[in-house]
Design a protein around this ligand. Structure first.
Ligand code: PEP
Length: 247
């Protein structure tokens, strides 16, 4: 069985002092290595984090990556730049970027491709809004979002991480039930299997108000291979409890 992956998404939070305290508390409390752990931090803090996690089993992640290699793309960061700071993962297509930055399925797929080309593993987020769920469109939406990434990445698809993040559960305190989450993860696994003979090795993470209290039940589902954790990743004890639940 593959190790679970617990990735924290700090979003636009942190400061030099707060990061230092949080990472030191995580390193002091990290349980023995039964799961993989990553922190996806604001890019300006990558150098700081690279120093803080050096020699530990915490991997570094970014929260976005450009679809382009280099050039006149003000404000963007390439996969190669992230790689220079020891970045292993880059979140792409987070619902906040789809919503506030108008990112399309095609752009998200191009970002995943660009990350892979640089040796950075994209964590591809998919998920339905509450209106889409209530209209019975959950499967259609997540399959469409993932299909764009499969189409653009062909056989490399076995190198990605997928995160199922129902938009209505992100930062709201509402979590998908383990059964609701497993149902969608099963759909995504089937879609990945149709695209790759190695789909079983792909991590499909759940994200959406995962916390110390609900993590164990979610992580016990057969197709839930870890978590993408927002709010709870900013509190050392909560994040450590989730990591322990994944062990
Ligand atoms: C996220 O931002 O990816 C997320 C899942 O946030 P939260 O855990 O706060 O719902």
């Amino acid at each position: 069985m593959k190790k679970k992956l617990i990735a924290g998404n700090w979003k636009m939070n942190g400061s030099l002092a707060a990061n230092d305290a949080l990472v030191k508390a995580l390193l002091a409390g990290l349980p023995a290595g039964a799961s993989d752990v990553a922190l996806c931090v604001p890019s300006v803090y990558l150098a700081q984090l690279q120093d803080l996690v050096r020699g530990s089993r915490i991997e570094l992640g970014a929260q976005d990556v450009s679809a382009h290699e280099s050039g006149a793309y003000t404000g963007e960061l390439s996969g190669a730049m992230l790689k220079e700071f020891g970045v292993r993962y880059a979140i792409v297509g987070h619902s906040e970027r789809r919503l506030y930055h108008g990112e399309s399925d095609q752009l998200v797929a191009a970002k995943a491709k660009s990350a892979l080309a640089s040796g950075v593993t994209p964590i591809v987020c998919v998920g339905e809004t509450l209106a889409e769920r209530e209209a019975g469109k959950t499967e259609e939406v997540v399959k469409r979002q993932l299909a764009a990434v499969i189409h653009a990445n062909g056989h490399c698809i076995s190198e990605i991480v997928v995160a199922y993040e129902p938009v209505w559960a992100i930062g709201t305190g509402k979590t998908a039930s383990p059964e609701q989450a497993q149902q969608v993860h099963g759909v995504l696994r089937t879609q990945l299997k149709a695209a790759s003979a190695q789909a079983d090795r792909i991590h499909i993470l759940y994200g959406g108000s995962m916390n110390a209290a609900n993590a164990a039940q979610l992580l016990a589902q057969p197709d839930i291979d870890g978590g993408l954790v927002g709010g709870a990743s900013l509190k050392a004890q909560d994040f450590l409890s989730i990591i322990a639940a994944a062990a």
